[in-house]
Each structure stands twice: as structure tokens, then as C-alpha cells.
Write a protein that binds this ligand. Structure first.
Ligand code: SAH
Length: 452
């Protein structure tokens, strides 16, 4: 479907896209593209403390669920992978779209402003990012906001980051506020760090989504849901059984998967009626978070944009590890590698419920093209004469949009206030019989953009 965006949205997009950007700025992030990553070191650093912690837990209480294993390995407050590591970038374990190119975050910045306009330009705009990594996406979004200051007018804008890792929160604070941030005095404070950007925009850090104040909010979650713990189940002749993690009896220093001999709480409650697959992964925590987002959007207004690799309820075994940009056995050297599973968007849609409107998933290629990535690329290339920067721009564009690379693996999914997709009401007394009701403003990224 080809639709025309509202005149204001078009104007805004052109203002951001045709803003002159120096080639050095344009190229600096692209230089870190995954294509140029060095191979992983052959030496694998053992994480004895995490393995010891897991084996003593299993010895004490028996095999643990995959969800518990993933939660411990990734977010244990002392030895968790996210808590201890800076895993993003060429020297880390994986790289993400915002780290590949600034264009990605800029387009999401335009999306936020476009949805804020679609909601009638409320006086307050809270932007929440779940799992902000190095803070690159948020920083690109804020740059768009400063370019669109006249569009945002007097709206009071604030940034709220939900981050489990104190180490990453420091990196985010440096990138977003320079030295203008402070840790809370006590560990129990819901806001554990506060700061201000150079343009005076307040930034706050939380461990939990629940602690973010109420109000009109646009939520962003890029490669966040795939890091949340999943339960794994297998269909057997005796019915559904949960996959658990146990100690290998032949090698005490090794873990292995086993099947629970009887139904578990999770296998009795998380399998959908009529499930056709024989192996299923369910991210119950992701479901709870989507329910929280839906409740807040319905009550206070706003939208959520969730971008991740994923499927629409048809994949089976996607649980995997990444270390040094290579696949890694999920049970070996726990804590030294990233653990992840594809996001099941059909489950998120189901958990969001009927009260919010859901759009997508659409592929990253479709979303970025609908947002005008091609026009943005043309402007950047026109302003850039350095051959190596041009090459970096082209290869990062290719990485983001190529069907065989991130273009079709990654998907965009959105939760919207139900009014957002309703036709505007025509006030009684207005004689508009000859004109049909105007259509609601299209949601950028999910409809094809037209400048005509
Ligand atoms: N969005 C970023 C980073 C993705 S990595 C990007 O695309 O570049 C996942 C991020 O989520 C990290 O910042 C990690 O510390 C954070 N994270 C993982 N589990 C979390 C949890 N349960 N609560 C809050 N943050 C979490």
C-alpha cells in the first residue's frame, strides 16, 4: 500500500534528512561495522565463579529451568554477563544496528516525533529505552530532537533508560551527558542515576520499567526482548515437558540439558492451546513486559516500538550463544558469552491483548525503507567525497537492509493507543456529507512513505 504521510510529517522528515551532516560524522560509526570485526581469540577464558554458582545451585535444588539459567548467566548482579561486560562492538561479542550506522537511530527519532504528532502533540514527551547498550540509539534520537526543536515546540521532553548493568549505564551516561550525571546515594532508589544532556534534557536510569513515572511515553526496545529469559518445552508421548539444565554426571564441570520427568508449573501454564510445534520457546518475562507497556499506553497515551530478530510463532529452537561474533555453545563457559533467543512476536501480540493496537512485525528492510533510509543515504553520500567513508556508508546501509543480512532477520513491531488508528471524529453540525471521514494518519515505517 502506498500512502501519503501528513504534510507536517513530510516536512519534519525532510528537515532531518536534508540536514547537512559532515562526512566524518556520517562515517565514524559505520567504521565499526561487523564486517570488519576481528576473529575471536582461540583462548576461551573460563568463568569458574559462574559455573560454580550454577553447579552449587543445581546440587542444592535440582535441575534449573532454561529461563533461570539464562537469567543467572546474563543478569546475576555479581557475575552476570551483562553486568560485567561491555559486549557491544568490534572487540565485543556482537554488534547491533544502532552501532552500525547513525541513520538507524535518526530514523527512529523521526518515528518518535511522528507518533508524538499523531497523538496530538501532548505537552509532555517521555522517551523510554529498554536495554540501551552503549547509548548510541538514544544519542542519535536526541540529535534528531535538537534538529526538530521547532517542531517539538514547548513540549517537555525527558529520557528514561531501563538498564540492568551498572557498567553499561556508565558508558551510556558518558555518551549522553558527558560528566553531567550522578549515581543515587542509596542502592534502593528507583532512579539509580540521574543526569542532564548538554542541551538540558533530563536523563534517568532505572532497573525496572515499573519505576518510570506515568505520562505520555514512547517506548523503544531494540535487541532487548531477545535477551530476556525463555522457557523451553518439548512435546513427548506423555505430553509437554520442560527442558532443564543439569550437571553432566560424567563430567562434574559440565552442564547438559535434560527433560523434566513430570509437568512443571511453566509447562502447565505457558503452552498455548492448539500448539502445533513439537519444540517451543516461551519468553514469559517478555510477555509480562509487553502487558505493562500495553497498560501504560492505554492509560497515559503513547506507543512502543520493538525491534528484534524474531518470528511470528513458527520457529522452534533458536536459543543460542554469541562470543567474539561467532556462535557459541549455550552451556559452555557460562557468563563468558551472550545468550539469546528469537522473539516470538505472535506471543507478544497475544500478551498485549485487545486493548492496544498492534502493528507488524514488518522486516527491518521494509521499515527502514518506509522511513526514507534511501533518501537519507543519498544526502550523506552527496556530502561525502572521501572514498573510504563512502564505502563504509554503503556497507553499513547494505548490512542494515540487505535481505540476506539484517534486512529480513530483524523485524519491527509496534503497540499503539487504539485511538491512533481510529478515523478522526467529525464534530456534529459540520456538513461534510460529500467527503468521507478522513483516514487516520498513517503510522510511519509501517506504511510506505511518499513525498508526492
Ligand atoms: N539496545 C542496544 C543494546 C542491546 S544488548 C543496542 O541495540 O545496541 C541488550 C541490552 O539490554 C543491554 O544494555 C543489557 O544490559 C540490557 N538488559 C538485558 N537484560 C535486561 C533486563 N532484564 N533489564 C534491563 N536491561 C537489560
Amino acid at each position: 500500500m502506498r500512502v501519503c504521510l501528513g504534510a507536517k510529517t513530510q516536512l519534519m522528515i525532510s528537515r532531518v534528512f536534508f540536514h547537512p551532516v559532515s562526512p566524518s560524522v556520517a562515517g565514524c560509526r559505520a567504521a565499526q561495522c561487523r564486517l570488519f570485526c576481528s576473529p575471536p581469540s582461540a583462548e576461551e577464558k573460563p568463568r569458574p565463579s559462574m559455573l560454580r554458582h550454577l553447579t552449587s545451585k543445581i546440587k542444592a535444588t535440582g535441575p534449573i529451568t532454561v529461563a533461570e539459567y539464562m537469567r543467572e548467566v546474563l543478569t546475576n548482579p555479581v557475575t552476570g554477563y551483562y553486568v560485567k561486560n561491555n559486549m557491544l562492538g568490534p572487540d565485543g561479542d556482537f554488534i547491533t544496528s544502532p552501532e552500525i550506522s547513525q541513520i538507524f537511530g535518526e530514523l527512529l527519532g523521526v518515528w518518535i516525533v511522528s507518533e508524538w504528532m499523531g497523538a496530538g502533540q501532548p505537552k509532555q514527551l517521555q522517551v523510554v529505552e529498554l536495554g540501551p547498550g552503549k547509548g548510541s540509539l538514544a544519542s542519535d534520537v536526541l540529535r534528531v530532537f535538537s534538529q526538530l526543536r521547532s517542531v517539538l515546540g514547548n513540549a517537555s521532553v525527558s529520557l528514561h533508560l531501563v538498564e540492568v548493568s551498572p557498567a553499561l549505564s556508565q558508558i551510556q551516561a558518558k555518551s549522553l551527558t558527558g560528566n553531567q550525571s550522578q549515581e543515587a546515594d542509596s542502592e534502593d532508589e528507583p532512579v539509580y542515576r540521574r543526569g542532564e544532556t548538554s542541551s538540558g534534557l533530563p536523563v534517568s536510569w532505572y532497573r525496572r520499567l515499573d519505576d518510570i513515572p506515568a505520562g505520555f511515553t514512547i517506548f523503544l526496545a531494540h535487541e532487548f526482548f531477545d535477551a530476556l529469559p525463555i522457557h523451553k518445552f518439548q512435546k513427548t508421548q506423555k505430553g509437554w515437558r520442560e527442558v532443564l539444565v543439569d550437571i553432566n554426571p560424567e563430567k562434574q564441570e559440565q552442564l547438559r540439558f535434560v527433560l523434566a520427568p513430570a509437568p512443571t508449573l511453566a509447562s502447565s501454564s505457558l503452552i498455548q492451546a492448539g500448539e502445533k510445534r513439537s519444540h517451543v520457546e516461551v519468553c514469559a518475562e517478555g510477555g509480562v513486559i509487553v502487558q505493562q507497556l500495553a497498560r501504560r499506553i492505554v492509560k497515559d497515551g503513547g506507543a512502543a516500538l520493538i525491534a528484534d530478530y524474531g518470528h511470528d510463532g513458527d520457529k522452534t529452537d533458536t536459543f543460542r550463544g554469541f562470543k567474539g561474533h561467532q556462535l557459541h555453545d549455550v552451556l559452555s563457559s557460562p557468563g563468558s558469552a551472550d545468550l539469546t533467543a528469537d522473539v516470538d512476536f505472535s506471543y507478544l501480540r497475544k500478551m498485549a491483548g485487545e486493548s492496544v493496537a498492534c502493528l507488524g512485525p514488518v522486516t527491518q528492510r521494509t521499515f527502514l525503507k518506509n522511513m526514507g533510509i534511501d533518501s537519507r543515504m543519498q544526502v550523506l553520500l552527496r556530502n561525502c567525497s572521501d572514498p573510504s567513508t563512502r564505502q563504509q556508508l554503503i556497507s553499513s546501509y547494505d548490512m542494515l537492509t540487505n535481505r540476506a543480512k539484517m534486512g529480513e532477520r530483524f523485524h519491527f513491531f509496534s503497540l499503539l493507543h487504539p485511538n491512533r488508528l481510529r478515523k478522526p471524529k467529525i464534530p456534529k453540525g459540520l456538513k461534510l456529507e460529500k467527503k468521507p471521514n478522513p483516514a487516520p494518519l498513517p503510522v510511519a515505517g509501517f506504511s510506505e512513505l511518499s513525498f508526492s
